[in-house]
Design a protein around this ligand. Structure first.
Ligand code: ADP
Ligand code: MG
Length: 294
């Protein structure tokens, strides 16, 4: 482990024992950890603030970390990873979270190439429900992608993946609707045009950026490739055109194509909202008939 092997709050400095690494991202390493008193297991995201302190933009980074902690601790939902406590030591900020064992949705897609429609539908509904809750709390997620969607293996039955949204490092509270979030954050392949285009981004955007990303995630699950990959043409230009093509031989059903195109809409006002997503024929016609899944 990169952080200290034992950590805990000041009054109980060795409350947890660090275990093996579970994953890492751009900002942090996440390890298994065990609470000494009852052997309960958690996941701990450790951010090396000692190292960040040396950066000129430390003030901004530190505000962002505080935002991640306050947003995550304010959210309570079945589809969102819960935060138990945050502990600051000399050089690290440790976020002790619910342990979700089953890896990233990303690896599940890569391992089998792409999902069948029923399997994708089951995941899609859960993401949409998680997002609906996040937006109801006036939060834009801004980093929806399969790397940040964790699979909860122990609750997944017969290929039906149970998922949880994690990594609120790019999330932001939006106050009065539009024109509050201004910066380009997240991952280019999942950027909506109003994020990707610096001129548009300067005017601000809102939670509808997550709907675009949701369309990209659905495309990735069903096709096993990105709709906009920056190959042949710069990715910003592809996103600006917003033309969604399905490779021959990997075309999902007409309903799935319609839903993807309704989400990957240039104009955020025209983008399908989450209630309409959940009522879309691709979602609703087969919802409930899980026997068709396998
Ligand atoms: P970053 O901000 O650096 O992207 P993340 O919060 O996305 O960090 O965590 C990095 C990786 O660690 C994730 O992609 C995932 O593989 C793993 N991970 C994160 N949270 C958990 C968790 N609660 N349980 C299990 N693994 C996790
Ligand atoms: Mg991440």
């Amino acid at each position: 482990a990169t952080a200290a092997n034992n950590f805990g709050p000041k009054e109980d400095p060795e409350k947890y024992v660090m275990g093996e690494e579970l994953g890492s991202g751009a900002t942090a390493t996440v390890c298994r950890c065990v609470r000494k008193k009852d052997s309960k297991q958690f996941a701990v995201k450790s951010i090396n603030i000692g190292k960040l302190r040396l950066q000129p933009n430390f003030q901004k980074v530190s505000e962002k970390l505080q935002r991640e902690v306050s947003i995550l601790s304010s959210l309570r939902h079945n589809r969102i990873v819960s935060l138990f406590e945050s502990i600051e030591s000399q050089d690290y900020l440790h976020l002790v979270m619910e342990l979700v064992e089953g890896g990233e949705l990303f690896d599940h897609i890569v391992n089998i190439g792409s999902f069948t429609e029923p399997v994708a539908r089951y995941v899609f509904i859960q993401i949409a429900e998680g997002l609906k809750y996040i937006h109801s709390q006036h939060i834009v997620y801004r980093d929806l992608k399969p790397e940040n969607i964790l699979v909860d293996q122990k609750n997944s039955r017969q290929g039906l993946l149970e998922i949880k949204l994690s990594d609120f490092g790019h999330s932001k509270l939006i106050h009065d609707g539009y024109s509050t979030a201004l910066t380009r954050v997240g991952t280019p392949q999942y950027w909506a045009p109003e994020v990707s285009d610096p001129f548009k981004a300067a005017k601000g955007y809102d939670e509808r950026v997550d709907l675009w990303s949701l369309g990209v995630v659905l495309y990735v699950m069903l096709v096993g490739a990105y709709p906009f990959d920056g190959l042949g043409e710069p990715i910003d230009a592809q996103i600006r055109r917003a033309s969604v093509q399905f490779p021959a031989g990997r075309r999902p059903s007409q309903n799935a194509q319609d839903l993807i195109r309704a989400l990957i809409q240039s104009d955020p006002m025209q983008r399908l909202d989450l209630d309409r997503c959940l009522a879309h024929p691709w979602v609703s016609t087969s919802a409930g008939s899980l026997s068709k899944v396998l």
